[in-house]
Design a binder for this molecule. Structure first.
Ligand SMILES: [Zn+2]
Length: 217
């Protein structure tokens, strides 16, 4: 579909003498409409439609309209205000603004120097969630989780932990899981042994039954 068909073409009155000139009417689904005079573009190359669409759109947007690529996508200034108020996500293509780029966190982290206050906060949190250099972190805490929790670079957490506490090591949860896994493996091994002796017993019994059946015939 040609983009220029987004508008309804007609002749609109223009100037003091109200001469009819080429123009278009743009309509909002609410019933509002506005007519715009179009400048005749000549000899601007192959993409006149797109250019004319852009020029007219710009005029209307200045007046508070929101212009879409299709006829039904235009919204009058009143509706735009209502939509904005309702924080609606219904926005025609031409009006969507790209989301703001994520701040470059790593670069910022590198620039920011660790302050005494940062050290104190990280130290206090470590004091709370780090059990000992033998056990490491309590629960499911890690350097990463702590850094995220406090909103500080992970390198700072590593620094303070190394200086004052001990290795990141595993954490309590991981340790418990390992113990459980080991116990489970041991139990399977024990059953395996018992299973083997039961199987050989079953073998013997089967042979005995076969023998007995033959004799009793
Ligand atoms: Zn409207």
């Amino acid at each position: 579909m040609r983009v220029i068909n987004a508008f309804e073409w007609t002749h609109v009155p223009h100037g003091d003498d109200n001469a009819m000139v080429r123009g278009c009417i743009v309509r909002c689904p609410c019933g509002s409409a506005e007519s715009v005079r179009a400048n005749t573009l000549q000899g601007t190359g192959g993409n006149d439609d797109e250019r004319e669409f852009e020029i007219i759109s710009r005029k209307l947007v200045k007046g508070g309209w929101r212009i879409g690529r299709k006829r039904r996508d235009h919204r009058c200034p009143k509706c735009v205000a209502l939509l904005d108020a309702a924080n609606s996500k219904v926005m025609p293509m031409s009006q969507t603004t790209p989301p703001p780029a994520a701040p470059i966190k790593i670069a910022a982290d590198n620039i920011r120097q660790i302050t005494r206050e940062d050290r104190r906060i990280i130290f206090e949190k470590l004091n709370e969630v780090y059990v000992s250099d033998k056990v490491g972190y309590a629960g499911n805490w890690t350097d990463d989780k702590l850094a995220q929790d406090l909103g500080v670079p992970r390198a700072w957490v590593r620094l303070i932990r190394d200086e004052n506490f001990g290795d990141e090591a595993g954490n309590e949860d991981l340790r418990k899981m390992l113990i459980e896994a080991r116990t489970a493996v041991e139990r399977v091994r024990a059953i395996e042994c018992e299973m083997r002796s039961l199987l050989s017993l079953a073998d013997k019994l089967e042979k005995g039954i076969a023998e007995a059946t033959r004799v009793m015939k």
